[in-house]
Each structure stands twice: as structure tokens, then as C-alpha cells.
Design a protein around this ligand. Structure first.
Ligand code: PLP
Length: 400
């Protein structure tokens, strides 16, 4: 009989995908499910990007490429980092993978030894801990508090660092909280990191372009240049360009790390799809004006959802700076009884009762390492979000 490898036994399947599957099952039973679980923009990929892909096919760009990206895409990435982040990288410092997810996975596999610790600020994106575990490392959680916008504080970081710390993973704006670090906050973390030269920094900047209220986005290698030599700056086209299905993510950092990642790519996935790479060249080099327009749409939805959730009895929802998630607290409903008779003791109970009673799918906070909260993805229409908020309000009002 089949048995999983010891490495795989340490890992759990993605909880966000599990919620989506449950919602789909209810929909198949004919229920009118509102699924706020998935993390992808509801916009289409812009036409110029699609056209670039079609042209690439017609030109015959349909063969193997350099394993870590075509020179044209690497050049576009170098230009992007210079233009948007004031960061100087050579093309030899750039690597492309099939999505942001494999960039992080390859970085962990390339660098982490058994016993190495990786600091992950909580609440965190669900894949970080499991990728660290797959690489043989030990995730160390540094918990943020709602009062601090869920952001990692310098003293919390200091307390989490040990001689075994290999990496700190930063994610701004954050999935699941939407929180983004200001330049001053990054500099304060930088002061701590400067004292610990063994710690490398992986900054996941996937949501860089989804920022609101004029927030000034910065990334750590830019504002703490002393850390440039041990920072991997990671980004991708999935969220900013509505290209989740194309599978292109990228990073830039010290050349020896980039080379090590390339060795992994060469023995695992090989190059990302040649056609998607040409689409990404157009995404990065082409017109960027739709990005703030789409961010403005997300900001309106954020405001709608934050107001709608704060109108619920027992829910407190902070206003995040970016991404397309909110991470409200349900402390006020813990201990209450749902219409089914079930007492809500955890955020998982809350999510499960909400799905059963009002068929709204959200992801419980425990999946992201901080309870009692839940995550809503508001990458859907205002009409759907309005209906979802009404259902959540009704559900909260029904709790005794
Ligand atoms: N990083 C964060 C914080 C994300 O939320 C996601 C996607 O959900 C990714 C990375 C992965 O992006 P991709 O779809 O390009 O692999």
C-alpha cells in the first residue's frame, strides 16, 4: 500500500483550498453559496498582455527556454526593480519560476538545512510554514497583534532570532491581514536585522500594487541598503496584472542564491511556460495605468466590507492598507450559541456555522496562525460583497 514520505507527513494540505472545496460541494447541492475564500483578482488579464502571448505563439516561442527565465523577461524585471523600487540588480541576480509560490519554495529548498529556523510573522500566508517544513527547516512564529495592525514589532523579531535563524519572511501588504509596513516600520526591523548577520530576508511583495489611501510602498532592500546582500526580493505578475493562471513569479537577490535556485529548477520544473514569460514581458514593460484604476476599485470594496463587518454584533474589523483581504476579530462572538445549537468556541466553529447557516465561505484564522479571526477575500463584485455582509450580519444577530 502507498505511504507518504516522512517529509510529506509533516505537511498539511492548503486550508484555503479546503474551504473552497467545501463551498463548491454545497453549491452542487443547489445552495446559493458566496465564496469569499479564494485569493485571486476577479479582473481579466489586460488585452495587450494576452495579445503578446498570442504573438509569441505565432512567432514560434514554444520551446524550452533558459531554466530560470528568458533574457528579455529578466531585463524587464531588472527595469521594474529600478523603476518602481529604486533597486539595482543585474540580470544574473534575477530568477523566474512558475508563480510566486515556487520562487519561495525554491529559495527554501536551496538554502535551508535540517534544524535551521525560519521566522514567519503571524498571521501568515498559509504556504510559508509548510514550505519550510518540506525543506527540513523549523518554522518559528512571531505573532503580531491587531492593535499593531498585525505587523511584526522590532522587539518581537529580536526575541524570535536565535543563532539557528536562517530567514525572516516578510510579506507586505500581507495575505491574510492586508497590513503593509511603512518605511519607518521597515527601517525599525532593519535595525534589529543589522545586528544579526546570519539572518537572510525573503520579502514577498506580491501585493505591492494593491495599496490604498495613497500609501507609499517601499521594500526592505530599498530602505535598508545594508541588508541588500542578504535579501531576496520576490514578486510576480499574478495579483498586480490579474495573471494568476499564467504562472509567472520572480525574484532578485545575491547571485550565489540565485544560482542555487537555478540548480533546483533545472532538476525539477525546468523553465516556466515560454508563452507566459512573453506575456509577463509585456505586463512589466507595457502600460501600467490600469493598475491604480483597479486598486481604486479594490479600495471601494475594502471600505464596503470593513463598514459591513463592523456593523456585525461581536465583530471588529480593522482597515488594512492593501491587498484584497480583511482579517476581522470575532472575539465578541466566542462563547455564543449558533441557531444549530452549537456553541462557537473557535474561529473554525464560526466559519463552519456561517457556511452551514448562511452559505458564506470564509477562512478561519487558525489557518493563518492567529485566532480568533477570519479572512475575507473581497476580490468580487460590490453586489456580492453587500449580500455577503448582510448574511454575516444576520448570522451574528442570530447568535445567542
Ligand atoms: N505570496 C502570497 C502572499 C500570496 O498570497 C500568493 C498567492 O496567493 C503567492 C505568494 C503566490 O502567488 P502565485 O500565484 O504567483 O504563485
Amino acid at each position: 500500500p502507498f505511504s507518504e514520505s516522512e517529509t510529506l507527513k509533516r505537511v498539511k494540505p492548503s486550508p484555503t483550498l479546503a474551504v473552497t472545496a467545501k463551498a463548491r460541494a454545497l453549491a452542487r447541492e443547489g445552495k446559493k453559496v458566496i465564496s469569499l475564500g479564494a485569493g485571486e483578482p476577479d479582473f481579466d488579464t489586460p488585452e495587450n498582455i494576452c495579445d503578446a502571448a498570442i504573438k509569441a505563439i505565432k512567432r514560434g516561442e514554444t520551446r524550452y527556454t533558459d531554466v530560470d527565465g528568458i533574457p528579455e523577461l529578466k531585463a524587464a524585471i531588472v527595469a521594474k526593480f529600478k523603476r518602481e523600487n529604486g533597486l539595482d540588480y543585474a540580470t544574473t541576480q534575477v530568477s523566474v519560476s512558475p508563480g510566486g509560490k515556487p520562487v519561495i519554495y525554491n529559495a527554501m529548498m536551496a538554502s535551508v538545512n535540517v534544524g535551521d529556523e525560519v521566522i514567519i510573522p503571524a498571521p501568515y500566508w498559509v504556504s510559508y510554514p509548510d514550505m519550510v517544513l518540506l525543506a527540513g527547516g523549523t518554522p518559528v512564529f512571531a505573532v503580531g497583534e491587531m492593535a499593531d495592525g498585525f505587523k511584526l514589532k522590532p522587539e518581537t523579531l529580536e526575541a524570535a532570532i536565535t543563532p539557528k535563524t536562517k530567514w525572516l519572511i516578510l510579506n507586505s501588504p500581507s495575505n491574510p491581514s492586508g497590513a503593509a509596513y511603512t518605511e519607518a516600520e521597515l527601517k525599525a526591523l532593519g535595525e534589529v536585522l543589522k545586528k544579526h548577520p546570519q539572518v537572510w530576508i525573503l520579502t514577498d511583495d506580491m501585493y505591492e500594487h494593491l495599496i490604498f489611501d495613497g500609501f507609499k510602498y517601499t521594500t526592505i532592500a530599498q530602505v535598508v541598503p545594508e541588508l541588500y546582500g542578504r535579501t531576496l526580493t520576490m514578486n510576480g505578475v499574478s495579483k498586480a496584472y490579474s495573471m494568476t493562471g499564467w504562472r509567472i513569479g520572480y525574484c532578485a537577490g545575491p547571485e550565489p542564491l540565485i544560482k542555487a535556485m537555478s540548480k533546483i529548477i533545472s532538476q525539477s520544473t525546468s523553465n516556466p511556460c515560454s508563452i507566459a514569460q512573453w506575456a509577463a514581458v509585456e505586463a512589466l514593460n507595457g502600460p501600467q495605468d490600469f493598475i491604480p484604476e483597479r486598486a481604486a476599485v479594490f479600495q471601494k470594496r475594502r471600505d464596503l466590507v470593513v463598514a459591513g463587518l463592523n456593523a456585525c454584533e461581536g465583530i471588529t474589523c480593522p482597515t488594512p492598507e492593501g491587498a484584497f483581504y480583511v482579517y476581522p476579530s470575532i472575539e465578541g462572538v466566542i462563547g455564543k450559541t449558533a441557531p444549530s445549537g452549537k456553541v462557537i468556541m473557535t474561529d473554525e466553529d464560526f466559519a463552519s456555522e456561517l457556511l452551514q447557516t448562511e452559505t458564506v465561505a470564509v477562512v478561519h484564522g487558525a489557518a493563518f496562525g492567529l485566532s480568533p479571526f477570519f479572512r475575507i477575500s473581497y476580490a468580487t463584485s460590490e453586489a456580492v460583497l453587500t449580500e455577503a455582509c448582510e448574511r454575516i450580519q444576520r448570522f451574528c444577530a442570530s447568535l445567542k
